[in-house]
Design a protein around this ligand. Sequence first.
Ligand SMILES: [Zn+2]
Ligand SMILES: [Zn+2]
Ligand SMILES: [Zn+2]
Length: 329
Amino acid sequence: MAEFRRDPLLGNWVVTGFTKTKSNAAGVCPFCPGNEEMTPPAIREIRDRQGRWLLRCFPAANPVFQVEGGADKRAEGFYDKMGTLGADELIVENVSHTKTMSAFEPSEVSLVVEMYTERIIDLKRDERFKYVLVSKNHGEITGSFIFHPHSHVLATPIVPQQVSQELANSRDHYLLKERCLLCDVVSQEVRQGKRVVTLTDHFVVLCPFASRVAFEVWILPRRHTAAFESWGYRAIQEEFVEVFLDTMKRIERVAASYSIAIHTSPNLTKDGLTEENVAVTDYFHWHLEILPRDVNSSRFKREDQFYTVFTAPEEAAILLRAKNPRRLP
Ligand SMILES: [Zn+2]
Ligand SMILES: [Zn+2]
Ligand SMILES: [Zn+2]
């Protein structure tokens, strides 16, 4: 039986006792149209006028997390553990098995963004979940063995470690300066321009100052917004779709494998995500992170925990800007 265990020294949670099942029917893609019975029934499908699905979302066949029950916090001596409460979903982004995101039509990327938004809103309604993480791994180096374009949605009773660190640093910065940390990052990056890949009215695409891998790219809203799923105006969502697609075209020219993660605000519940009278919505600023995973362009974290990057972010930004597949309006 799988369970969450907290490492008391590092403070992070790990899942232990999860058994992987063998994937069925080698060579047959469970995500292709016609093979729907190979996956659990869909939670949500977006269909065309003829009733054929364009995107599907369904629970993972062998989920690490279970939706039923509570977080079931308990102790073993002084150690903390809890049941693996959570939602573990997959989104098949397109009917095409071979099309990578850079080859999607804007209308297709728009449906992907729509599905991400819907799933985050839906799962955040469940107060047992503290966080909803949407991510995507593309390429075998990332551990993704199904080529068919798909994303993961994970809702957990724990805020994932990296987001938890981002929240802590954002809160400290806000308490000290009364300003949002990423708003400060955005304004300095726009002013300096040297790590900026694309700039539109509402979004900035940049190579972060301390990139962990070569060609790491973040997409951030220029105006302070805590949650990815709260678009406000339709036009802003459409602008994001354009920027996202344009960025993927640039990324796929430099990397065959990459990971994407959407860092939205945590789920606001009554049990104290606002501390020192500051609201998480004031200090957390959503962003989308893209980490290319090419052996030649980047090296994974070394055993000493220092990332080593061979292409400086300033240089990466120049190269990504130059690969100009399409002008933005
Ligand atoms: Zn397929
Ligand atoms: Zn901000
Ligand atoms: Zn982040």
